[in-house]
Design a protein around this ligand. Structure first.
Ligand code: F6R
Length: 609
């Protein structure tokens, strides 16, 4: 994680760096810092614990000005959130900002201490500053010095190095963490995410793995991992950075939950014609590949993994397509067997999740038929490195807890299931049924949102609990998992999800009147089985919250709360039933007074493993 921005200009860039950091805050927000240097070599560094706003306030009272600078917003990996651990880290004239993890930092620290260097932080990054400083004594340009240091580093980095003695340039290096050069007129920039620079440029050059670049006001020089001068094409982004505001809502998360009907209309738009799927984004090559596919391997993390789990149920039951779904951090280190004609599918809101990207890169060496990513950020590394992509079109998601991106991901997956089903069997009605159902999805979610006040009321008693269980069966099991994830990440209540049939194999021992059990119970073939599980909880005095459209199947009482939901086509249930769980978590967290949009210890984009 961590966001990086750097600039070499002829104008004062302190404000540009601060504004850039605000857009990068989703990458980490436990501390931030910046360093600027003017043409006479006068440098100032400012670092603060907490959100970027703390740094911006401190900057108002400091005299910060300079034409060259680097800045960083941190998500702590090594060393607690503290001013001393905030970047930039310096070694005399050398300053460094870094995203990633230098895995051999302990060894390097020992060596550098042996050479007389004093460390002022607990971070892995500080070794880079001292190493560059040490190597600089051996001579050569800053670019060649950094190139000599790189072979000593193990791990991942996107880093930018500033030498206050030569403030006319910055050196950037990428290995495992994205970096993009922003091209200006008489000025150039470097950043982790181009969105943070859209106010100053739309022209970007994406660095590739192993690249080292020198950026000055008038020139950009890129050296590839084989030490050759690289020509990388400039890309003009036509994305508009919509400054997202909360409008009438109290939090971005609340807004993003409420936005779902319109977001899903957008995700669907142009992707069906009457009862048929139309995926214009996929070219002939993609279609002929899809026709060959005999197995799908889905890989993702967190919320995206949960949508991948739902997709597995859908692909096997509706499209008769064998599918496996795995957590990216497990997949990448496991010796897996690749099935014949298997398509590798990655799911990611950000497209920058380190483990998912690493899994994609690994898949290219393993003999998959090809790779497809489902993503929300068109310029992301995942999209650029996949053979084909389908965009979620969910708009920028600001809340750290994923909501609208989860439902948008599910919509794309369901469209894909429809397409695969018709490619496999032209006589199948599955495509028609799915497309017809999807057309009423936005209005189904609108109806669910009408339960807002009932859910807010239920949250009152729930908010003082310390633990919760979420139960579901079949394609609702991943929804129970996603509901539990939402609750723990924003309310800090410990929550676990179980496939309801597993209850009697252990978790039933936890049931008492203090343990809320949330059950997602749509009308389907498994409802009777689920009702038996609910009875087992009831018989042991458990406190039940049942979300269901099978109202007549349940009777509310003192310890059974029923949240009635609209009747919907069965295939839509996973998409619809997550929405009330998002609302429940939202209202519980609201009562508990947590930082809902930026929960503690988390970041929106997880760019370290
Ligand atoms: C939870 C959440 C995370 C992300 C996970 C993967 O609300 O947002 O679990 O889903 O970090 O992120 P992406 O989808 O960007 O790969």
């Amino acid at each position: 994680m961590c966001g990086i921005i750097g600039a070499v200009s002829q104008r004062d860039i302190a404000k540009i760096l601060l504004e850039g950091l605000r857009s990068l805050e989703y990458r980490g927000y436990d501390s931030s810092g910046l360093m600027v240097v003017n043409s006479t070599g006068q440098a100032s560094r400012l670092r603060c614990v907490g959100k970027v706003n703390n740094l911006a306030c401190a900057a108002e009272h400091a005299t910060l000005s300079g034409e060259t600078g680097i800045a960083h917003t941190r998500w702590a990996t090594h060393g607690k959130p503290a001013e001393s651990n905030a970047h930039p880290h310096i070694s005399t004239n050398i300053a460094v900002v870094h995203n990633g993890i230098i895995e051999n930092h302990e060894l390097l620290r020992d060596q550098l201490q042996g050479r007389g260097y004093t460390f002022y932080s607990e971070t892995d990054t500080e070794v880079v500053a001292h190493l560059v400083h040490w190597e600089q004594q051996r001579g050569g340009s800053l670019l060649s010095v950094v190139q000599r240091v790189i072979p000593d580093l193990r791990g991942t980095y996107g880093m930018v190095i500033l030498d206050t003695d030569s403030p006319d340039r910055l050196i950037a290096a990428r290995s495992g963490s994205p970096l993009v050069i922003g091209c200006g007129v008489g000025e150039n920039f470097i950043v982790s995410d181009p969105m943070a620079l859209l106010s100053v440029t739309r022209r970007f050059i994406y660095l590739e793995e192993g690249d080292v670049a020198q950026i000055s006001c008038y020139g950009i020089k890129i050296i590839d991992r084989c030490n050759n001068i690289a020509q990388r094409c400039e890309v003009e982004l036509d994305t508009h950075y919509d400054v997202v505001n909360k409008g009438v809502y109290s939090h971005y998360m609340q807004k993003e939950i409420y936005e779902q009907p319109s977001v899903l209309k957008n995700t669907l738009s142009g992707r069906h014609n009457n009862s048929f799927v139309e995926l214009h984004e996929l070219n002939e090559k993609a279609y002929s590949l899809l026709k060959k596919v005999e197995h799908i391997q889905i890989v993702a993390c967190g919320t995206s993994y949960h949508s991948g789990m739902v997709a597995r149920y859908w692909l096997e039951s509706l499209a008769k397509m064998p599918c496996d779904t795995e957590i990216a951090s497990e997949f990448r280190y496991r010796k897996s067997v690749v099935r014949e004609n298997s398509l590798f599918v990655t799911l990611s809101q950000s497209g920058e999740t380190a483990d998912t990207l690493a899994a994609l890169r690994l898949s290219k060496r393993l003999g998959y038929l090809g790779s497809l990513s489902i993503c929300n950020v068109a310029s992301s590394s995942l999209v650029r490195e996949s053979d084909f992509s389908l965009m979620m079109k969910a708009g920028i998601e600001v809340g750290v807890a994923s909501t609208k991106s989860f439902t948008a991901q599910l919509v794309i997956l369901l469209i894909l299931v429809a397409k695969i089903s018709s490619l496999k069997d032209a006589t199948s009605q599955v495509e028609r049924e799915i497309v017809n159902a999807l057309q009423i999805l936005p209005s189904c979610i609108e109806k669910v949102l009408l339960q807002d006040q009932l859910i807010a009321q239920l949250a009152q008693d729930f908010s003082n609990k310390n633990h919760a269980l979420f139960l579901g069966r079949g394609d609702q099991y991943p929804i129970a998992m996603e509901g539990a994830l939402k609750l723990k990440e924003i309310s800090y209540i410990h929550a676990e999800a179980y496939a309801a049939g597993e209850l009697k194999h252990g978790p039933l021992a936890l049931i008492d009147s203090d343990m809320p059990v949330i059950v997602v119970a749509p009308q389907n073939a498994l409802l009777d089985k689920l009702k038996s599980n609910i009875e087992e909880i009831r018989a042991r005095g458990g406190l039940l919250y049942i979300f269901t459209d099978a109202i007549s199947s349940f009777v509310g009482s003192d310890n059974i709360y029923i949240v009635p939901l609209p009747h919907i086509p069965e295939v839509l249930a996973p998409i619809v039933y997550i929405v009330p769980l998002q609302l429940l978590s939202y209202y519980i967290a609201l009562i508990r007074g947590t930082d809902l949009d930026k929960p503690r210890n988390l970041a929106k984009s997880v760019t370290v493993e």
